[in-house]
Design a protein around this ligand. Structure first.
Ligand SMILES: *[C@@H]1O[C@H](CO)[C@@H](O)[C@H](O)[C@H]1NC(C)=O
Ligand SMILES: *[C@@H]1O[C@H](CO)[C@@H](O)[C@H](O)[C@H]1NC(C)=O
Length: 487
């Protein structure tokens, strides 16, 4: 059963780019400072999240407005300018307050300077991407041009958007936003608003809500929950669990498709059986991937391993956070075990850990994280020995519609800062499911694929505890041998 598809390494095309420009709000907007929350303001979010949306040429005659020669670049650029009137903080710049107890506190200086916009044309058609309409994308650096000086410092635009026309009449929208300002739910809310304006609406249906004080630390701050996600772990020298983020060279990239058939096959391995019906697709998939990946990376059995799930906490508040809140409302709950326990126990063990991690997140938990940020100086969450997953299946990314219908693909461009995304996806056969891009060192990827394919192809024997470890005498020196893996 082929669950994976390789990247189209061969596809090469050229992209002609106009000079990047700043798009400013279409009308004057308030000049003010807006503080970020203490959930926004953490080290682990001080980077740009890239996303990409692919659209077909609109063939429908029914859509008057989108008929024939509408130019996506022009339409989207104008819609951004108009939408920024509501979302004017995006047109501002980040500043850092040095003083005070809550040091390094970020705020947006709403200068109205604008967001970076790049217009481009590529000599490629959507069809030529073929199977490649999933990460890793070919020629990504041309589709999301890293405008010099736009990446990194406080005085940078908060949003970079490139619209690339394709030879077939389709187009690509690629964007990058500073994660401190919003999470995925927030950027999708903004992009949907741009879509509404692009389709001719006079106003947007969801009003953006700033109110970042809702997620600010308490006075005095008081860490009331356990937050292993911010443990001060030393980075794994072997780079086993999350491979080093910088160098991609020795890494194998692959995307795996999980449709109904694959998920049911994996679900059968959930033991004890009563759990099979209790757990979600996310739980099953996460447990399997975590286990297969851990086996593939061959840590020592006594090594600590961690599962971390990005949880959207908007619904955990009472009353819930206001509709339209576009700041970060995410948490990184974690569950911890050892490699040996994870691989030796039935899959149900991993499932329970995933479920436990997710259920940790409550309103009190979020307040406690905000307080921890202030007390501990805004640490980065711990990535060592961690499998970090982010479920985007309900984020509504594909619903972003600029008048050309829903996106053929919408989602992250790659794995980002070490997190693994679950992306809603329709394959060539028209089957809906989830695509999961993974990046592992070459030999580990081979082992991972064997693990996964074995599970997908075979029936569970309920004799899952057969994993055995070989010699681990001198820790770290001799490679442990995982024999007879019958997971
Ligand atoms: C995002 O903003 C933070 C806070 O200003 C900054 O430290 C970081 O460098 C920015 N990231 C990028 C990629 O611009
Ligand atoms: C912190 O929270 C705990 C548990 O709710 C409480 O007992 C304690 O008094 C609080 N401390 C402060 C400084 O507010």
């Amino acid at each position: 059963m082929a669950a994976s598809s390789s990247s189209v390494a061969g596809l090469v095309f050229t992209v002609r780019r106009k000079t990047p420009e700043l798009v400013t709000p279409a009308k004057p907007t308030p000049r003010e400072y807006k503080l970020l929350s203490d959930i926004d303001d953490q080290e682990g979010l001080r980077f740009h999240i890239p996303g990409i949306y692919f659209y077909r040429k609109d063939e429908s005659t029914s859509m008057e407005a989108a008929g024939g020669d509408r130019d996506p670049v022009k339409v989207i650029r104008e819609a951004i300018a108009k939408t920024l009137v509501w979302y004017y903080p995006f047109a501002g710049r980040l500043r850092e307050l040095e003083s005070g107890a809550a040091g390094r506190k970020l705020m947006v200086d709403c200068t109205g300077e604008g967001v970076l916009f790049v217009e481009a044309d590529a000599d490629v058609t959507l069809d030529q991407f073929g199977d490649a309409l999933q990460p890793p994308f070919p020629c990504l650096d041309k589709l999301l041009y890293d405008v010099p000086g736009s990446n990194g410092l406080l005085d940078c635009p908060l949003l970079l958007i490139q619209v690339t026309r394709l030879r077939c009449g389709g187009f690509i929208v690629a964007l990058r936003n500073n994660h401190t300002v919003c999470d995925v739910a927030g950027i999708v809310q903004f992009m949907k608003a741009v879509g509404e304006i692009a389709r001719g609406a006079d106003s947007i249906s969801v009003q953006p809500v700033w109110q970042r004080e809702l997620l600010s630390a308490r006075d005095p701050p008081n860490v009331t929950c356990t937050h292993h996600e911010y443990d001060d772990l030393v980075l794994d020298t072997k780079g086993t669990i999350i491979p080093p983020l910088q160098d991609d060279h020795d890494m194998a990239h692959r995307s795996f498709f999980f449709g109904h058939k694959q998920v049911s096959a994996l679900r059968k391995f959930v033991n004890p059986p009563h759990l099979q019906h209790k757990c979600s697709t996310f739980d099953v998939l996460t447990a399997c991937l975590w286990r297969c990946r851990t086996i593939a990376l061959q840590p020592n059995p006594e090594d600590e391993v961690r599962i971390m799930c990005i949880v959207n906490a908007r619904g955990k508040f009472n009353p819930p956070l206001p509709v339209g809140y576009y700041g970060n409302a995410i948490a990184y709950p974690v569950a911890i075990t050892t490699a040996g326990e994870l691989c030796r126990n039935p899959l149900g063990y991993a499932v329970e850990l995933v479920r436990k991690a997710k259920s940790d997140v409550t309103e009190e938990y979020m307040r406690s994280v905000a307080d921890l940020m202030v007390i501990k100086g805004r640490p980065h969450f711990t990535v060592a020995r961690t499998f970090l997953v982010s479920d985007l299946t309900r984020a509504g990314l594909r619903d972003v519609d600029f008048g050309w219908g829903k996106a053929v693909y919408a989602g992250p461009t790659h794995r980002g800062v070490g997190s693994t995304f679950y992306i809603p996806f329709t394959n060539k056969e028209g089957e809906s499911g989830i695509v999961v891009p993974l990046k592992l060192p070459g030999p580990a990827m081979d082992r991972f694929m064997i693990q996964l394919e074995t599970m997908l192809d075979s029936q569970p024997t309920y004799n899952i505890a057969k994993t055995s470890f070989g010699s681990t005498v001198s820790q770290g020196l001799s490679e442990p041998v995982y024999a007879h893996l019958n997971c």
